[in-house]
Design a protein around this ligand. Structure first.
Ligand SMILES: Cc1ncc(COP(=O)(O)O)c(C=O)c1O
Length: 417
């Protein structure tokens, strides 16, 4: 081994941090633990038989191209399916030049970081926001500026304060990163009015919007809201999409939509990253879509998650101690809900108590670009069974109650009847 390996690492590599979630997940792997920590889809919903048949068809029909290198931009057949999908589902007209197929959305976040962020570049994110977005942007040295959310998503009044401050300092943020539908981690959705305000601010301050939409199709209640991409319509939005939560994550397939010039830059960045997204997985999913199967899988998944969400919300209502400051979101879709504890409670501490009582969650501070918000936690309801959800919430409720008793001197966390 070389001497002083550290000295050889690049500035970017030195900046990279291990994912807190991945570290914590290691602690949650004991079989007796009921975990609300991961963000995994329910594998019982994977269409294994259909995929198995399609794999055969693809290999026999087009094996020579499916096992070959393919265009960096993505498989033309899959792109045609995606164009039809966006027109049908989102009322958005795209051409092949508006799409690049990626190794799921995490790669898209990395490519966006690679193409737009210089060390110190201001990037605006929600507080909280998806930890994988924070890691991707952090790796390129972004100066993350967090804007708090309320029940309608990112607060536009506070966003404008930050945009104005930056402008006064002669700086222009590279983009505003939002997850408008059933946000990970908080489960919140931005209404149309909020989305329009965001577009107005982005135009006023001449900033790109990065709209990350892995959960959009998974709505169980309420009315669908148009995508920011559809509402904006002039190419100021970069849209990130993925098959991970609506089909399965194992093939690692996603796509980015945007203005041709943005897509071209992402394609050039991707060439150096992996040359192309695997042709084989793209051919399988293109065939899957062309048979009209995607819609069926989404309907099935929605049914399963909607039931699980209801079980979790009912269990929280039934078991959580009644105490001022303890609240949770009631997401209209997606995979997560967000629990806020009384301010003096510390979920980072409570996590270890929970592990001792065989239940796990993700600490909210992991999703905060400042790390200072320590009284929140994210609960996932897509992966555990309904029985596990009921039992896990009961355990979590008693951990919170115990913690409140231990800290009994603190008035705001004393359980009330
Ligand atoms: C908001 C958000 N963006 C991106 C991703 C990355 O997903 P994938 O790379 O599987 O498409 C996730 C995964 O949970 C997510 O929640």
């Amino acid at each position: 081994m070389v001497n002083d390996l550290e000295g050889l690492f690049s500035t970017n590599a030195k900046r990279m941090k291990k994912s807190v979630i991945r570290e914590l997940l290691k602690l949650t792997r004991r079989p007796e633990i009921i975990s609300f920590a991961g963000g995994l889809p329910d594998p019982n919903a994977f269409p294994i038989d259909e995929v198995s048949e399609i794999v055969d068809v693809v290999l026999k029909r087009e094996g020579k191209t499916a096992l070959q290198y393919s265009p960096t931009e993505g498989d033309p057949k899959l792109k045609d399916e995606l164009i039809a999908y966006h027109e049908r589902e989102n009322g958005v007209k795209l051409t092949p030049d508006n799409i690049v197929v990626t190794v799921a959305s995490q790669q898209a976040l990395d490519l966006v970081g690679k193409c737009f962020i210089d060390p110190g570049s201001p990037v605006i994110v929600g507080r909280p926001t998806y930890i994988g977005g924070l890691s991707a942007f952090n790796n390129y040295g972004a100066n993350m500026i967090g804007v708090p959310l309320d029940e309608g998503g990112m607060r536009m009044d506070l966003l404008e304060v930050e945009l104005r401050k930056l402008r006064d300092a002669g700086q222009r943020p590279k983009f505003i990163y939002v997850i408008p539908d059933f946000q990970n981690p908080a489960g919140l959705t931005m209404g149309e009015e909020r989305r329009l305000e965001l577009i107005e601010l982005a135009r006023k301050y001449d900033v790109l919007i990065v709209e990350d939409s892995p959960y959009r199709e998974l709505r169980y209640a309420g009315e669908s809201v148009k995508t920011i991409y559809a509402l904006e319509g002039t190419g100021q939005v970069v849209g990130l999409h993925t098959f991970s939560k609506i089909l399965f994550p194992g093939m690692r397939l996603g796509w980015v939509i945007g203005d041709e010039a943005v897509i071209q830059k992402l394609v050039v960045a991707k060439q150096a990253t992996d040359l192309c997204t695997p042709a084989f997985t793209q051919a399988i999913v293109a065939e899957f879509m062309s048979r009209g199967l995607l819609g069926k899988v989404i309907e099935n998944v929605k049914g399963i998650y909607s039931d699980k969400r209801a079980v979790m919300l009912d269990a929280l209502d039934e078991h959580m101690p009644k105490m001022p400051g303890l609240a949770w979101t009631k997401p209209e879709g997606g995979l997560f809900l967000w629990v806020t504890l009384p301010e003096s409670m510390n979920a980072d501490e409570l996590f270890y108590d929970a592990i001792e009582h065989n239940v796990a969650f993700v600490i909210g501070s992991a999703f905060d670009c400042t790390g200072l918000q320590t009284n929140t936690m994210r609960l996932n309801f897509s992966f555990p069974t309904k029985e596990e959800i009921g039992e896990g919430v009961k355990r979590l409720a008693s951990v919170i109650e115990e913690y409140a008793k231990k800290n009994g001197g603190r008035k705001d966390i004393v359980a009330t009847p």
